[in-house]
Write a protein that binds this ligand. Structure first.
Ligand code: GLO
Ligand code: NI
Ligand code: NI
Ligand code: NI
Length: 404
């Protein structure tokens, strides 16, 4: 493939699960000591957190990191003050990035934690929330651009509904479409050449999220004229929650031309919510990387560990073990995926299966000159009578096991 393993595996450590989460869940309090959480001087806490974060990036040797605006700096009394806090910490990031060589895979805005977003951000019935969200994203895009981020992500945290009965869906989708157009216009205006990525998720925290899965996002992008501007960031756990496999979501994005990046994690198949475990399923990741390789690998995207510790893993060293285990899983998966890709065995089977389409008459059916009548006429004239041809399904499924 002409690329080294490091060039393929563009790992990123996420700020939120790694440094901001201390074990709280809907039923329990914090279980982990994080000395920068709850400091009376919140900005001092944010600086300490940044020191520890960059030390950890270096220990792990990862090339990238990712963050939300509110992960890195405390919210102020006004948006202007919040923006100044973000500015101070991102200035510190710029120095640290210079020192360590760690780069930004993507930035994003947290438009879901504060109670002002309880009924959504861009889809909110209150236009002031739409405006506030736009202003917050403007600032997050500015700092992502300044830090030379490779991408900018929008995960529709609460862009969805709790009940249809109080929801005007068409209005909310139009608001979301307009919002995304504003973001794309601004990206071009400031000359940010990273990729804008939407991260699909079917549910949680809302009952139904509008960016349900890759196919739904594609329909949305088409509807609002953005299919050439925006791509997707696909998360393992979100794919599973939407009833798909991870590789299905990647293959769908490839087929529609909108594949961008992945949130690499793990969700057990029986859980009904997003568990964000570290990647530990080699076959699942291998199939995903196989389809990524088949489509030419990552361009601006990478493998972001949107992964958190189990809340019983209270030792800070567990954070290192989690990431190292995740990297090992992805490295083993890449070896399997590359072997599958390079052997060409599956591609050969696929070519063989569609070989009938190589002929000129077959191709003509796909051209505009063909009509239902012309095709029907030929079927009659040539007395076409299709006979079953084996898809060799079991053979393929067994073949894959040679690599996994
Ligand atoms: C939640 C999402 C979330 C996003 C993050 C970045 O389920 O996975 O963690 O990845 O907000 O957009
Ligand atoms: Ni998630
Ligand atoms: Ni997640
Ligand atoms: Ni995610």
């Amino acid at each position: 493939m002409g690329k080294t393993m490091e060039q393929h595996l563009r790992f990123a450590v996420c700020y939120w699960h790694t440094f901001c989460w201390d074990g709280v869940d809907p039923f329990g309090m914090n279980t982990m000591d994080r000395p920068w959480i709850g400091q009376s001087d919140a900005m001092a806490g944010a600086r300490l957190k940044a020191e520890v974060a960059f030390e950890m990036f270096s220990l792990l040797g990862v090339p990238y990191f990712s963050f939300h605006d509110r992960d890195i700096a405390p919210e102020g009394a006004t948006l202007a003050e919040s923006n100044r806090n973000v500015q101070v910490i991102t200035d510190l990031f710029a120095e640290k990035m210079q020192e360590t060589g760690v780069n930004l895979l993507w930035g994003t805005a947290n438009l879901f934690s504060h109670r002002r977003f309880m009924a959504g951000a861009s889809t909110n019935p209150d236009p002031d929330v739409f405006a506030y969200s736009a202003a917050q994203v403007k600032n997050a895009l500015d700092v992502t651009h300044k830090l030379n981020g490779q991408n900018y992500v929008l995960w529709g945290g609460r862009e969805g509904y709790e009940t249809l009965l109080n929801t005007n869906m068409q209005r909310e989708l139009d608001q979301m479409g307009r919002f995304l157009n504003l973001v794309v216009d601004y990206k071009h205006k400031i000359g940010f050449d990273g990729t804008i990525l939407i991260e699909p998720k079917p549910q949680e925290p809302t009952k139904h999220q509008y960016d349900f899965d890759v196919a739904t996002v594609y329909g949305f992008l088409k509807r609002y004229g953005l299919e050439d501007e925006v791509r997707v960031n696909i998360e393992v756990g979100h794919a599973v929650l939407s009833g798909h496999s991870f590789e299905h979501e990647i293959a769908t994005a490839n087929a529609l031309g909108i594949f961008g990046s992945i949130d690499a994690n793990r969700n057990d198949y029986q859980s009904g919510w997003d568990t964000d475990q570290f990647p530990n399923n080699v076959p699942e990741m291998s199939l995903a990387l196989y389809y990524i390789l088949q489509a030419g690998g990552f361009t601006t995207g990478g493998l972001n560990f949107d992964s958190k510790l189990r809340r019983q893993s209270t030792d800070p060293a567990d954070l290192l073990y989690g990431h190292i285990g995740g990297m090992d899983t992805c490295a083993r998966a890449l070896l399997a995926a590359a072997a599958m890709h390079e052997s060409g065995d599956l591609n050969a089977l696929v070519s063989e299966r569609y070989a009938g389409w190589d002929s000129e008459v077959a191709q003509a059916m796909l051209s505009r000159e063909s009509t239902l009548e012309s095709i029907a006429e030929r079927v009659e004239r040539e007395n076409i009578d299709p006979q079953p041809k084996s898809g060799r399904q079991e053979y393929c499924e067994n073949l894959v096991n040679r690599f996994l």
